[in-house]
Design a protein around this ligand. Structure first.
Ligand SMILES: [Ca+2]
Length: 194
């Protein structure tokens, strides 16, 4: 068969192209579904006295807030408030995720936030004793997200003030998920604006 060789070569080439396209598509989809990064100051809505801050910059290790900005509940007055921020986060794959926040705590009276996922029970974030550093902290329990838009609320824990949040990460999976090290590149269009 004289035509069989060129025909086979064409089929192999076409199969190679299809494989390359599938690989490229899975890489793009994988990146968007397994890890979502956003700036804390890139919120869907906010309730005062939660506000965007920029006065805290370089810490003692030289780390700075990503984008030069972060969310903050000012230290004074030291009292309860309705301070809150809401993120409407686009998620392509439903399942368990680990949530990290890059935070800067003032002291033992300002070292936590409350998180609430899709209207569920409030979970304390923080309460650790590493102060005056931009540092990633893991939310103690994994979060279950649906495909589509999920609501993540971050609000004041009792009288805790002087609390600052720079970035957030959702990493698919739970258990042995590595804690981020540095500030990360935000995922494009991860947050739906209201
Ligand atoms: Ca930031």
């Amino acid at each position: 068969m004289l035509t069989s060789k060129p025909l086979r070569a064409q089929v192999v080439r076409a199969a190679g192209t299809v494989l390359a396209l599938v690989l490229a598509a899975s890489m793009v989809m994988g990146a968007s579904s397994s890890r979502i990064v956003w700036e804390a100051e890139n919120y869907s809505s906010i309730v005062a006295p939660m506000t965007v801050g920029s006065s805290i910059q370089k810490d003692k290790l030289g780390s700075t807030p990503s984008g030069g900005k972060y969310l903050t509940i000012p230290p004074q007055p030291h009292e309860e408030s309705p301070a809150k921020v809401v993120y409407k986060v686009k998620v392509s794959t439903a399942g368990a995720y680990t949530l990290f926040g890059r935070r800067y705590w003032q002291d033992g009276c300002g070292n936590s936030f409350y998180f609430r996922i899709n209207g569920g029970t409030a979970v304390v974030f923080g309460e650790d004793a590493t102060y005056n550093f931009w540092k990633w902290t893991e939310l103690k329990q994994p979060v279950t997200l649906k495909a589509g838009v999920n609501t993540i609320e971050v609000f004041q824990n009792k009288k805790e003030r002087g609390v600052n949040l720079d970035q957030l990460v959702l990493q698919r999976g739970s258990g042995r998920v590595a804690v981020p090290v540095k500030a990360e590149t935000p995922t494009p269009n991860a947050i739906v604006k209201e």
